[in-house]
Design a protein around this ligand. Structure first.
Ligand code: ADP
Ligand code: MG
Length: 341
């Protein structure tokens, strides 16, 4: 399908990352509100990131309430727009794949290529902005924890390792219950660093298991990176570590200020004198380091304490996998609810 008629009207810019710009947009025909992320494909890095996001989101066959839904991905060259499809044999798509594989631009550099990702619009900002602008709430924390556990189990079941889980990449959609009380829904977003594992990596005949897929590209954001990611040999358990950092920080409101942006961010870390050090990096130096959990609260539910400790184990094999994690979070949440009634 090739068209020169824009389907979407861009309303305003809502986010800007290192690779793309995100707009709030309207579908012209229906007036529906969407988010559109525009990535300029002018460097091999941008092309690789855009393709990773496309491959991960388009490989998901069913929708999950806590994972951003890709409505469509449009490839634009100059005035022409073409809907992208997985495994497409369109020359434009193949040029992008070749660029990403070779690590150099293989198409006419005079042409302007863009990839447009059309997704659900999240009106509540990201997890940092949402939580840090409100008073701590045990109810919200419990609900977020469950939603995160469910999203990660879904992604890992679909063989997707996210590799950049952090509160900036977890967005909020502000819904309401029938009674009118706010009911925020989390959406895991930004799949630019993600990896879809197609086989176990050991034996191509063996069914794919995300926990057996070994990866070597050290990537992510330092404060959320597992120790083995720093060393460049890791599996899906790296996502469990990142989620451990996020959940611990959320429950205890542990924040730090990002040096580059001066933004306050949720994330647990280790204090070494005046300096704050990412937990993964500190564990790499001292694998036997004991974590002080809780760090700020007087007490913490014993199940929660044990779970955070295991999620942040130096040894990835001592961390629960996403399926066990989801179950344990449900068990902890049930106990929390008992306590409330
Ligand atoms: N679906 C969306 N709805 C609303 N805002 C979004 C959406 N997707 C992204 N954003 C905003 O844009 C920012 C950057 O998007 P992201 O996908 O994380 O791209 P990047 O790879 O540039 O970090 C997000 O932190 C968020 O503020
Ligand atoms: Mg991002």
């Amino acid at each position: 399908m090739v068209s020169s008629q824009p389907k979407y009207e861009l309303i305003q810019e809502v986010g800007r990352g290192s690779y793309g710009v995100v707009y709030e947009a309207l579908v012209k025909r229906t007036g529906a509100r969407m988010a559109v992320k525009k990535i300029r494909c002018h460097s091999p890095e941008n092309v690789e990131l855009a393709l990773r996001e496309f491959w991960a989101l388009s490989s998901i066959q069913s929708q999950h309430p806590n994972v951003i839904h890709l409505e469509e991905c449009v490839l634009q060259r100059d005035d022409l727009a073409q809907r992208m499809s997985h495994g497409s044999s369109s020359p434009l798509y193949l040029e992008l794949v070749e660029t990403s594989l070779k690590g150099e631009i293989t198409f006419d550099p005079c042409c302007a290529y863009y990839l447009w990702f059309v997704m659900d619009f999240c009106d509540g900002g990201d997890m940092n902005a949402y939580l840090l602008s409100r008073k701590p709430s045990r109810k919200t924390n419990t609900s977020f924890m469950l939603q995160l556990g469910s999203a990660l189990a879904f992604l890992h079941r679909n063989q997707i390792i996210h590799r950049d889980l952090k509160p900036d990449n977890i967005l909020i959609s502000q819904g309401r219950t029938f009674a009118g009380t706010p009911e925020p829904t989390l959406k895991v977003a930004d799949f630019g660093l993600s990896k879809v594992c197609s086989t176990s990596g050991l034996n191509p005949e063996e069914p794919a298991s995300v926990n057996k897929c070994f990866l070597s590209t050290a990537c992510g954001t330092d404060f959320y990176m597992a120790p083995e990611v720093w060393e460049g040999h890791y599996t899906a358990k790296a996502d469990i570590f990142a989620l451990g950092i996020i959940i611990w920080a959320m429950v205890e409101r542990i924040t730090f200020v990002d040096v580059e942006t001066q933004k306050e961010l949720l994330g647990s870390y280790v204090q070494q004198g005046e300096e704050i050090v990412p937990l993964g990096e500190a564990l790499l130096e001292n694998p036997k380091m004991e974590l002080l959990i809780p760090a700020r609260m007087k007490s913490m539910n014993a199940g929660m304490k044990q779970l955070i400790r295991e999620m942040l184990s130096f040894n990835p094999q001592e961390r629960p996998d996403a399926f066990e994690l989801e179950l344990r979070l449900v068990r902890i949440a049930c106990r929390e609810l008992d306590w409330d009634t």
